[in-house]
Design a protein around this ligand. Structure first.
Ligand SMILES: [Zn+2]
Ligand SMILES: [Zn+2]
Ligand SMILES: [Zn+2]
Length: 236
């Protein structure tokens, strides 16, 4: 658990605001990344405080600019910047700590803000709330076009998620999904190949049906096989 940098009181779970002295704690960047202010006032607006965001340079592989609010310590990332930052900050993770991930997942939901929809700092349209990764416990606000907003404390939480192997777990799940999809496709393929034979061979009607069905779009290989078979039958 983190402690307040001003009065050393323990910070509430998932919060950066100290209950004792009221101070905000920069748990995201302090001691993690050194940054310099690149631009004191950007045109982008904090969705929490409606003041101008500052552009800061995190100096990751050269210039790495993101926006930050001095008041609430929220951060805004252009598309893909957050992923780049996470990978640059936390690397060499080779194991998935499942119990730690469960822990992270359950503590992330508590935040400093009630559930609400906030505006994109760039275009002011209401952003979508989406779960970041699997079991991160962090719900980010995202504008599909302009990027992702993180409230203060959420970046630190995502670093912890990376360290516990959250990214690996996500990759594992994606592999599993791909495999089961492939198996399902195989099953479908076999079903279609065996069906006409069971019905006593092709008639003109059934071969025509095969052209019209979903076969053509979903499975070009099988479609070619069937087309070949039909050509063979029509030659006779
Ligand atoms: Zn304090
Ligand atoms: Zn703010
Ligand atoms: Zn936008």
């Amino acid at each position: 658990m983190a402690n307040c940098s001003s009065c050393s009181a323990p910070l509430p779970q998932g919060s950066i605001r100290c209950e004792y002295c009221g101070g905000l704690n920069d748990t995201d960047l302090k001691g993690v990344h050194y940054y310099t202010t690149h631009e004191n006032e950007s045109e982008r607006i904090c969705p929490r405080c409606t003041i101008s965001l500052k552009t800061i340079d995190l100096n990751i592989n050269g210039r790495f600019l993101i926006e930050r609010c001095d008041e609430c310590l929220g951060l805004f990332f252009d598309p893909n910047e957050l992923e780049t930052l996470l990978e640059a900050t936390v690397s060499n993770v080779f194991t998935i700590d499942r119990s730690q991930l469960d822990n992270i997942n359950s503590t992330g939901k508590a935040g400093d803000y009630p559930v609400s929809y906030i505006k994109c700092p760039v275009c002011s349209t209401i952003m979508n709330r989406i779960n970041f990764g699997i079991k991160s416990g962090v719900i980010v606000d995202r504008c599909k076009e302009h990027g992702v907003w993180l409230d203060g404390g959420e970046l630190r939480h995502l670093f912890e998620w990376m360290k516990a192997g959250g990214k690996l777990l996500q990759q594992e799940r994606e592999e599993q999904r791909k495999h089961s999809e492939e198996r399902e496709q195989e099953r479908e393929k076999r079903k279609l190949l065996t069906q006409p034979a069971a019905g006593g061979g092709y008639s003109d009607d059934t071969s025509f049906d095969l052209f019209g069905g979903s076969l053509r779009n979903s499975d070009p290989d099988l479609f070619d096989i069937v087309k070949g078979a039909i050509r063979f039958f029509t030659k006779e």
